[in-house]
Design a protein around this ligand. Structure first.
Ligand SMILES: O=C(CO)COP(=O)(O)O
Length: 122
């Protein structure tokens, strides 16, 4: 089954929730995983079943990265906050890097997320 990770920083969580609501029917066909707080929001504000990892600053990005390294993920939508520094920037960089190393589709803004979700459907 196609497995997709959904991640957002605090300022971009409303965008991700809106994205998930818009594409809820399609996302329901996938095995979904998220970082902790993102997953909580998605569970509360959509009807999607989402596996929750730790919160990002507590290692959640690294846990998603480990899945990428293990070849378990097909795509990631990671709506980063481009305007605020994050305390766990090294973890975020590690996740982005392993996606490139393993050639896993990664969308870091809403427009590319739309392409990613369309591409996964094909
Ligand atoms: O910090 C994050 C990604 O770097 C997201 O973590 P949360 O979903 O727990 O807020």
């Amino acid at each position: 089954m196609t497995r997709v990770a959904l991640i957002a920083h605090d300022e971009t969580k409303p965008d991700l929730v809106e994205f998930a609501q818009t594409h809820e029917a399609q996302l329901r066909m996938y095995d979904l995983v998220a970082t902790g707080t993102t997953g909580k929001r998605l569970r509360e504000e959509t009807d999607l079943e989402v596996e929750r990892k730790e919160s990002g600053p507590l290692g959640g990005d690294l846990m998603i990265g480990a899945e990428v390294a293990a070849g378990e993920l097909d795509g990631i939508v990671f709506l980063r906050d481009p305007l605020r520094a994050q305390p766990h920037e090294p973890d975020i960089s590690a996740l982005l890097r392993i996606c490139d190393v393993r050639d896993v589709a990664l969308a870091t803004n809403r427009s590319s997320a739309e392409f990613l979700i369309e591409g996964l459907a094909e």
